[in-house]
Design a protein around this ligand. Structure first.
Ligand code: AMP
Length: 218
């Protein structure tokens, strides 16, 4: 089964994915994490992707689908519970994905969870977010339940946490602008296909996790 997590940056898609992976063996595919790993390489593509991510812009649709597919094809799409976090990000990517599923997996169950959160909360969360560069887990500098046990170090692997380059206010504004222009139209697109479920995520991550888990089961 495919669970598409739709929502602006900072709405907690990664945190809920982490919990579903840890507790229920969901497979988590994040195009953002894939690209962040690519930026660590010493290649021309890595340099190009690094510049795009830093500016908060979108990587081109062809390259994005190619890197997604490389990971997606490692799984059994009919048996595994798969989360697509951050893909699709525009109508063209959605068309590419649905066309691929239609061609290769006719009766695949697909649901789209739309993470709804006010923009003021998103900005507060992103400016205080820290991530583990090794495993990708997100933390919050102030918010008690998401603070690391040891300040600035990942609870899971002890790596020093960093602030994402694109979690600086200039990139955040750009990413939200792109979300509103490119990604938001997907709400209508998936509603018209009757596969969209809205979830109010202005809540603790444990509560959001429970709500999303319940929706993923239906
Ligand atoms: P995220 O971790 O989902 O916020 O993604 C971080 C960055 O990776 C985005 O700002 C984009 O530059 C790039 N990215 C992630 N997913 C996509 C996608 N589906 N299409 C294009 N670019 C993407």
């Amino acid at each position: 089964m495919i669970n598409i997590f739709l929502g602006a940056p900072g709405t907690g898609k990664g945190t809920v994915s982490y919990l579903l992976k840890k507790n229920c063996n969901y497979k988590h595919l994040s195009t953002g994490n894939i690209f962040r790993n690519i930026t660590k390489r010493n290649t021309q593509i890595a340099k190009k992707v690094r510049d795009i991510l830093k500016k908060g812009e979108l990587v081109d649709d062809q390259l994005t689908f190619k890197v997604l597919l490389e990971d997606l094809e490692k799984y059994n799409l009919k048996k595994d519970n798969i989360i697509l976090d951050g893909y699709p990000r525009n109508i063209n990517q959605a068309e590419i994905l649905l066309e691929y599923f239609n061609r290769h997996y006719k009766d695949l169950k697909i649901s789209v969870i739309n993470f709804k959160l006010p923009e003021s909360v998103i900005i507060e969360r992103l400016t205080n977010r820290l991530i583990c560069p090794k495993c990708g887990k997100s933390y919050h500098k102030i918010f008690f339940e998401l603070k690391p046990q040891k300040e600035w170090y990942c609870d899971d692997d002890g790596t020093k946490l960093i602030q994402r380059e694109d979690d600086k206010i200039k990139s955040i504004k750009k990413r939200l602008e792109i979300y509103n222009k490119e990604t938001k139209p997907l709400i209508k697109y998936f509603t018209n296909r009757d596969i969209l479920i809205n979830v109010d995520v202005n809540d603790s991550s444990e509560e959001v996790y429970k709500k999303v888990f319940e929706k993923c089961q239906n």
